[in-house]
Structure formats: C-alpha cells, structure tokens
Design a protein. Structure first.
Length: 694
C-alpha cells in the first residue's frame, strides 16, 4: 500500500502482508473448513484494509473539480479491479458451462455470474433462500464475488463524501474532516444497527447486504482520516505504549477469530473481532512499521502473497467449485491439485492481466472519461458473451445432463415422441402457501368435457417430483389438479407422529393444507399422498455415509416411533375420508447412494460422491420399505376410501435396481425421479387413478 502524504511511509509492506494472511485464511477455509474453522473472516480483514487504502488514495488526489476527482478515482479502480475480474468470470463461465450439469442450482449460479459483471452479485445472493454456509452456495462458482460487490458499492458512496475535504487547504480541511467523520460514523452506526436487526430476521441480508457490511469498510476509512493528522496522535506515554501494544493484541485476536469464529453467529457478533483486530494491526496512517508484528507481516513471503491476493481470491473459488462438481475435492491429492491450479492461474492473472493493465502507459495516456468508457464497453461485451453461453449451454456443454434436459427435468412429458396429442392444454400457476407452494394445473381449450372432480397431491419434494406426470394427466383427462409441496415436509411419512417430528413451519403448512382441502374438496375428489418416507443415502451435495441403513431405519426406538406414527396417520386421513374424499398412498420408490445427475458423465464418475455405481439390490430395498408398505396396506384395509399405488416394480423390474434405463435416467438424484422417470411410471399411475375415480 502506497501513501503520499508527507511524513507518512510511502509504502506499507505490512498491509500487503496482512492481505496475504487474509487470502490464505479464506483459501484454507474454502478448501477444507476443518483446517481453519473461522478462516472466512479473512474477508472482513479485506473490507477494513479496502476502506483504509481507498480513503488514503482519495484524500491524496487533489483534482480541482468534482468531475475530475470522481472520474480519476473510478478509472483507477476499474483498471485495478475489472481486467482480472472479467477474465475470471468469462473463463469460469466457459468451464462451468462445459462441465457443470444443469440443475435447479443453475439459474442462481447464472444470475450470480451475470450480476457480478456489474458488482451486484451480492444482491442476487441476498435474495436467495440459501445462506453463505449452505451447500448450495458452496457449489455456485461465483458466490465469492459477493464481497467484490460490497466493495464496489462502497466506492459509490465514499468518493463524493471525501472530495470536499480533500480539495481544501489545511485550515478548512479540519471542518470538512469533522463533517466527513461525522457522516461516516453515522453511516457505520446505521450499518451496524442494520446488521444486528438482519441477523435475527434475515441472515442472508446480514451477510451479503452493503447496508449491513458498510461499517467494516467505513471503520477502515475512519481509521485513516482520524490518524492522518500528526497533531491528533500525540498523547501520554501510556497512550504511546498502548499504540505499540495494539498490533500484538490485534494479531492474537485475529488468530483467535480464524480459529473460533462461529458461522452460526456471523457476521454478528463475531465479525467485530476480526474487524477490531485488523484495525489494531494496521494502527493508522502514521505508525511505526518497525514494530515486531508489522515486521513479520512485511516478510517477503507474506508480501508476495499479499500482492497477488486479489488474483488468488478471484481464482481459488471457481477452481474449488469445478473440482467439487467433477473429480471431487475430498482427498489430499485433489486438495493439493486445487491449490496448485489456483496458484498458477493467479500468477498468470497477476503477471499478464492485473499488472499490465494497471501500468499500461497507453491506457494512462487516455483521458479518464475515455478509460471509463473503454472499461464499460469491455464489461458489457463480456456480459453478453457470458449470457450467450448460458442461453446456449445445451449446445456447448459436454455434460449429458445439460445436453439432454428433457430426460432430467421439465414441466411435462408431452414432448416425448411416444406421447400422443392430448385433448387439453394445461394452464400452470405457482403460488406460495404457508412456506410451501401450490402448483395449480388447470385444463383449458379442451376437446372433451372437463372432469367435475379434482385431484390434490400432497407432500414434500417427492410429491413435486411427479409434476410432469400429473401435468400430462391433467391434459389427457381434463382434470384440475392442485399439487401442494414443501421441501422436507411430509404429509404422513410413517417415521414418527407428525407433531414433534416436524418444525412449526411444516406443521402450519400441513394443517393449513388439510383444512383447505377438507373445506373445498367434493365427494369423489382424490387426495394423493406422496413423500419420501425412507431415510436418504445422499442429497444433491454429499453422501451421508450411513453404514447400515436397515439398522438406522429399524432399530428398536425407530420401530416404536413407527407404530405411533401409524396410529397418528388415521387422524390426518380422517378429515378427507369422512367427507367421502378418496385417498391414494404412493408407495416408496427405490433410493440410491449417489445423485445420478452428478455421476452421469465420464468426467465425474470417479467423484467420491458416486458410490454404488447407480445401482442397488432390489432385495435390500424391499426389506427397507416393507414396514412402510404394510402400514399403508393396514390403513387401506380399514377404510374403503383409501388406495395404494406402488411405482417400485415399474422403476425396479429386475433383481438389481438402477437409476438408468437404456441410457436414460430414471432418477435425477438419489431418490427424486427424473422427467424420463415420469414418462415410465405415467401409464401405471394414470391407469390407477382412472380406476379409483370410476
């Protein structure tokens, strides 16, 4: 870091060294969180440093007009930030399009990338339901750009604030400095209050929102402004000793933050520790760099890393994420490979892109407005190139999931050539309902009479997975269907009584759904109950490593809860049957040990998550699901309005169950059937429902 104010060291190698420490902490945490559990706090170190350095840069440029002051600042910032960022985003988008299979994460990832070109990716992530520490964020190649967005938004506010102070002479400057400090201080307090509020009410907002993070950069700016004037730094010997002691306290506090920061209480209150630690280490504009801590930070190795910290930060995350999606990032070999690739890319980026653009004599010889226009045009061009790739991923990707989307996901199975034309079109609407959703399928423009009866499908995401089949049913039979779903929230799963098993939100959803249907459904209508009802081997992101699924599902305590769940199930069915509403249980489908969409291509089959070779023993699965089938059969035997349809024999006709059928996926992940799976089960499902409704 360079400072040109008289009597202040021209260069602070210790600040570059601190950058090096910060980027290493972030890289280690993202590589393997157990290596440095609080390493993500390194981003807060960057925020304070950025506020300090940017303020130093602003107050030492004496342009006479606001226009030249602002354009000069943005031209310098663009030359510093954009070349490496645009290169990273563009290349990451190319490799992500080639190797990452399209899934429900894709829309968020694509939107994050596109907004990152304009420093707005944090806004996209802020409005997403998943938090920074969730697996979904960890598989987004562009999540790390949120911090750049926060910094770039900070740059919109601070230059104007500091212009009037920077251009006045010393006697006038004190007054403007006090005003600037007052405004900055007020903004920091407001930001801190926003953070505290959002931490309880909107954790994603607390983490990503500039309004909740401004105080960190703002304190860095205040640190420089408050310590630039030597007259403000004089004091007693006690004060001087405390200043000398501050870096030691700061480095200890920072080490503690890197080890102990709790993700569940971050950024409030744990970010305070890393921010205060950074302030103590930097010390201010006029401090001795001979202090032992600062001399250690000035070590050539730390400084070398610190100078390349921006490129290291940019590249490490997409490298890690692409390895997660392909060969995995669980072994020492792949972790070392990730670090090696990151280092090589960062060095190339620093030497061939970052430095040449910052030092370009051709660029510096152009006017500041022209520099800004050039960078803006390049940014827009890269944005449109990336947008084009995302839109044409089907043609560009080498992943069969992306190249053949109809087999994996889709709103309907009607596009398959084996499906004959339906007599109706289907109007689909989605509306929120008590934390879940209702997908309403309404037949329109029908060539046959519209059915007087309706169908209500209830359950978790394993009810939603039948959307394609029920859409086809609506089109074929001219019947209105409402599909209620709430991820992870079953309606009778026979594991335990509903009350006490599910959280308040889930219970509110189920109770409201039950009341709504009991009130609106007519005799002869059909309620379809579809949920997982079995433990999962895996989700989309990780294998749960269950060594003995049978023991996990059918130990003594679990069997006791299952019996209680059976008795409880009658209470949840009675409101339907007593109103002469028919109820259809869907039996458990096969479950697998690996998510199919992550193990379907040649470049990801060796991923550690791909256990089981996408196959399972039918005999073993039959044993696992037998108590559930028996519970459904018992309820069916006791009530003539209850029915059972079982997709298992259709999805697993042989002694070995497979996620694939002649090259087509029956399942999207380990237990949600694919669009092609909907095609396969549709004839049996539609036949069963038509027989029930006769």
């Amino acid at each position: 870091m360079y400072i040109t104010t008289p009597n202040i060291p021209a260069y602070r190698p210790d600040i570059d060294g601190l950058r090096g420490i910060a980027v290493l902490s972030v890289m280690l945490y993202h590589l393997q969180s157990s290596l440095l559990p609080g390493g993500f706090a390194g981003v807060d170190v960057f925020f304070v440093i950025s506020g300090f350095v940017v303020t130093a840069s602003l107050v030492n440029h004496q342009e006479s007009s606001l226009a030249s002051f602002i354009t000069g600042f943005y031209a310098r910032r663009m030359a510093r930030i954009l070349p490496a960022l645009l290169t990273t985003l563009l290349l990451s988008a190319i490799f992500a399009t080639l190797f990452i299979p399209k899934a429900w994460l894709s829309q968020l990832s694509d939107e994050t990338a596109l907004r990152a070109f304009f420093g707005l990716s944090n806004w996209t992530l802020q409005h997403n339901t998943d938090f920074y520490f969730s697996p979904r964020a960890e598989f987004n190649p562009y999540t790390h750009t949120w911090s750049l967005g926060v910094e770039e938004q900070f740059y919109v506010i601070v230059p104007i604030l500091l212009f009037f102070w920077a251009r006045h002479n010393s006697s006038e400057r004190n007054a403007f400095k006090n005003i600037a400090l007052g405004i900055l201080g007020s903004l920091c307090l407001a930001s801190l209050a926003t953070l505290i509020w959002a931490s309880k009410h909107d954790p994603a907002m607390a983490f990503y929102f500039i309004g909740a993070r401004f105080w960190e950069l703002g304190l860095g700016a205040i640190l420089f402004l408050q310590t630039q004037n030597t007259s403000k730094l004089s004091g007693s010997s006690v004060f001087q000793k405390l200043r000398e002691l501050a870096p030691y306290i700061g480095i200890i506090a920072l080490g503690f933050a890197f080890i102990k920061t709790d993700p569940k209480a971050f950024p409030w209150p744990w970010a305070l520790l890393s921010v205060i630690a950074t302030i103590l280490i930097i010390g201010g504009a006029r401090v001795s760099t001979t202090n032992f801590v600062r001399r250690v930070l000035s070590n050539a190795a730390f400084v070398w890393i610190g100078k390349r910290s921006y490129s290291l930060y940019l590249w490490h995350w997409p490298v890690y994420v692409l390895l997660h999606w392909s060969i995995g990032l669980e072994s020492i070999f792949t972790e070392l490979l990730a670090l090696s690739i990151t280092l090589v890319l960062a060095m190339l980026s620093y030497n061939l892109i970052e430095q040449p653009c910052r030092q370009s004599t051709w660029l510096k010889s152009r006017s500041k407005p022209l520099q800004i226009i050039l960078f803006a045009l390049i940014t827009v061009s890269c944005f449109h190139a990336t947008k084009y790739m995302f839109r044409h991923a089907k043609q560009i990707s080498i992943s069969k999931v992306t190249r053949h989307p109809i087999d994996w996901y889709g709103p309907s199975i009607g596009a398959y050539p084996e499906m004959i034309a339906s007599p109706c079109e289907v109007q689909t609407t989605l509306q929120p309902f008590f934390g879940g959703n209702i997908v309403s399928l309404v037949p329109i423009n029908c060539e046959i009479s519209v059915s007087k009866n309706s169908i209500y499908v209830l359950g978790d995401s394993h009810a939603a997975m039948f959307t394609a089949a029920f859409t086809q049913l609506s089109a074929d039979q001219a019947i209105a269907i409402d599909l209620y779903s709430f991820a992870g929230c079953s309606y009778i799963n026979f594991k335990a009584p509903m009350q006490g098993q599910f959280n308040k939100e889930c219970m509110s959803f189920n109770e409201a759904m039950r009341s709504n249907i009991a009130k609106n459904a007519k005799p002869g209508d059909l309620v379809v109950l579809s949920s997982l009802r079995m433990n999962r081997y895996t989700d989309q992101w990780a294998n749960f490593g269950i060594p003995d699924m049978y023991q996990a599902m059918y130990n003594e305590q679990t069997l006791k809860l299952r019996q209680e769940a059976l008795e409880d199930a009658y209470q949840w069915i009675t409101p339907f049957t007593q109103n002469h509403i028919k109820t259809l249980f869907i039996g458990p489908a096969p479950i697998f040990k690996a998510p199919t969409f992550r193990c379907a291509d040649w470049f990801n089959r060796s991923n550690p998550i791909c256990v089981g070779n996408n196959e399972q023993s039918r005999e073993e699965l039959e044993q696992l699901r037998t108590p559930i089938i028996k519970a459904m059969q018992q309820i069916k035997a006791n009530n003539s309005l209850v029915y059972l349809w079982d997709p298992f024999p259709i999805l697993c006709p042989d002694s070995t169950c497979s996620t694939m059928d002649q090259g087509h996926p029956l399942f999207f992940d380990g237990d949600h059937i694919s669009n092609y799976g909907n095609l396969i089960i549709y004839p049996s499902l539609s036949k069963a429902i038509l027989q029930i409704q006769k």
